[in-house]
Design a protein around this ligand. Structure first.
Ligand code: GLP
Length: 252
């Protein structure tokens, strides 16, 4: 593992493989549960997080770190999305990959309802859930245009949970990479919600993510690159990446 130094971000770790990166990220999640067995954790979705949650589940099964008292929320959900029917639903992903494997009880899971008739009202409801349950750890991936959650380019840093239209680059990514016909709108935690967490963990691997990260870490701190907001709260941020992503950071 190699530590990359950055003027604003407290810790950036570059790992030799995606597996090692995933175990390191899993250990950050487990550490926050060890520190506070009732921790409220917001989980990111996406391909990046698949090995991280698999590693977390493996360690949990081998040790006695209980998630039963933790609370779990998430970053974003397509709208409309029905977790029982739609393969692309992030709630479906979380139930399958996080909530069930980590045995987080139903009453402690806070899901964004992608079937809500009024998505703006649902966003307000979710924002209140987050206000009542301060977040110990916010887990993030990074997406097209440096988006975090579905805070696309141009979303103000002070935004709270809201209903949003996806950017053309995100719609293209979903179409090309995920081969899914996803809705063009979503409900997402705002950047302000993310920044309120006690601790923030961002995970990324591969050269494409390295490019997004480069802009976030070395470009202007601006709502034009939502992930650059992490630098305004850098003391509580850990970024865990693989060496391919790190290579892009170093090479640019
Ligand atoms: C998605 C989600 C994010 C996710 C990011 C990265 O669009 N809105 O919550 O973190 O993009 O996804 P992936 O890891 O699949 O690249």
């Amino acid at each position: 593992m190699r530590i990359l130094t950055h003027p604003e971000i407290a810790r950036i770790e570059s790992w030799e493989s995606i597996n090692l990166m995933a175990v390191a990220a899993a250990n950050v999640i487990l550490e926050s549960v060890r520190e506070n067995p009732e921790a409220m954790i917001t989980y990111a979705t996406g391909n990046t997080m698949v090995p991280v949650y698999e590693a977390t589940e493996t360690i949990v099964n081998e040790t006695d770190i209980p998630f039963q008292r933790t609370r779990a929320a998430h970053l974003d959900e397509y709208w409309p999305a029905n977790p029982d029917l739609d393969e692309f639903s992030f709630v479906r992903y979380l139930r399958d990959r996080v909530f069930k494997p980590l045995k987080i009880p139903l009453g402690q899971r806070f899901e964004i309802d992608g079937t809500a008739a009024d998505p703006s009202e649902e966003a307000l409801r979710y924002d209140e859930v987050l206000s009542r349950n301060p977040v110990a750890l916010a887990i993030l991936g990074i997406g097209p245009g440096g988006h975090i959650g579905f805070n696309e380019r141009g979303t103000p840093f002070n935004s709270r949970t809201h209903f949003t239209r996806l950017s053309e680059e995100t719609i293209r990514r979903d179409h090309d990479e995920r081969r899914l016909s996803t809705p063009k709108t979503a409900i997402t935690q705002g950047t302000a919600n993310v920044l309120e967490a006690d601790r923030i963990l961002m995970v990324a691997f591969g050269s494409e993510k390295g490019g997004y990260l480069f802009e976030a870490l070395y470009g202007l701190i601006s709502s034009e690159c939502p992930a650059s907001a992490l630098r305004t709260a850098g003391k509580k941020v850990t970024i865990i990446i693989d060496e391919t992503a790190a290579g892009v950071l170093g090479a640019k």
